[in-house]
Design a protein around this ligand. Structure first.
Ligand code: AMP
Length: 314
């Protein structure tokens, strides 16, 4: 997991745990859609690392249901039903689809599964009749598609099985990675929550700053600098000072990045340590997923029974 996940979506999840019945799904089927070669035989490790990260940032397994997508067969069943009624044009015009096909040139992503990514996601959400889905900005088109698919199902089968799930954004719904594109695992431009000191430093030192600031004596423009935007998130109380370093050419970008790296190291250290500790007992994490699957299955199977009744099969 990386900083974009935490600040873009997870922070909201953490806060909602006392208010809602929260479901956290490890999307292993989805991960395979883009990484069907690279993740083969590695999924087990990725799954437990992800759950360890979630718990380390404050997802509480005693309050929330944490489960694995592939443990609940209803996700695929519902995705099958939705795939029958989803027009291809809805998927082809989806901005995230177009963006990823454009950006991930090295991967063969013109697959049937990848085009249908939002259909499976609609099933993930609607199987639980979710009211609220905390997501980053990139997911808004998928949420809109989810609502459209749910409404289309209700309309075709003359039912009110599905209501409209709402997206919930955080204050920072789109964190940029070190190359100024959206921070993403697929773009390898991320700062991992489990990053150690040297890894964080090397990522921060390669962040793009104001391209017009060539020499330290050139005044910079914080408004277009991603390093400055990180200060605004992680140390808002010193942004005035950082602005002066930059606009007044008081400190160079290298120095400014060094200080930011230290801020991130301090911020991430307790998370990394907690996660490392959790990973020493993998069976604890598998047990959480097992009991989560039991709870998730109860809800998803009820929804699926309703779906079958509405269609008139089974
Ligand atoms: P993903 O791993 O891309 O499926 O993302 C999981 C969740 O984190 C989704 O809700 C995303 O919208 C959110 N997210 C991922 N990357 C970012 C980012 N760079 N900025 C904000 N939110 C993000």
């Amino acid at each position: 997991m990386h900083l974009g996940h935490l600040l873009g979506a997870l922070n909201n999840w953490i806060n909602l745990q006392d208010k809602y019945d929260c479901y956290f799904m490890v999307a292993d089927w989805h991960a395979l859609m883009t990484e069907y070669k690279a993740y083969a035989h590695k999924m087990q490790d990725y799954i437990i690392e992800m759950v360890a990260d979630w718990i380390s940032v404050g997802i509480n397994p005693a309050k929330s249901v944490i489960f694995l997508q592939s443990d609940i067969k209803e996700h695929l069943e519902l995705a099958m039903v939705f795939s029958d009624i989803t027009p291809l044009s809805w998927l082809e015009r989806c901005p995230t689809y177009k963006e990823q096909i454009r950006e991930l040139k090295g991967k063969e992503l013109t697959t049937y599964g990848f085009l249908g990514y939002p259909v499976l996601q609609a099933a993930d959400i609607l199987a639980y009749k979710a009211e609220v889905v905390p997501v980053g900005e990139d997911q808004l088109p998928h949420l809109e598609l989810t609502r459209e698919i749910g409404r289309r199902f209700n309309h075709i089968y003359k039912t009110n099985t599905f209501s409209d799930p709402k997206a919930l954004l955080t204050k920072t719904p789109r964190i940029l990675g070190i190359d100024n594109r959206k921070m993403s695992k697929s773009y390898d431009n991320f700062i991992a929550l489990s990053g150690k000191e040297e890894a964080i430093k090397s990522k921060v030192y390669s962040m793009i700053t104001d391209p017009k600031r060539i020499k330290k004596t050139d005044p910079g423009h914080p408004g277009i600098c991603n390093v400055f935007s990180y200060y605004k998130i992680f140390k808002p109380e010193i942004t005035g000072e950082v602005r002066n370093w930059c606009e007044g050419a008081e400190k160079g970008c290298t120095e400014c990045k060094k200080e930011l790296a230290q801020i991130l190291i301090d911020y991430l250290e307790p998370i990394r340590k907690k996660s490392e500790k959790l990973l020493k007992d993998k069976s604890y994490i598998w047990d959480i997923l097992k009991s989560g699957a039991e709870k998730a299955s109860e809800i998803a199977s009820k929804t699926m029974a309703e779906v079958y009744r509405a269609i008139g099969i089974k």
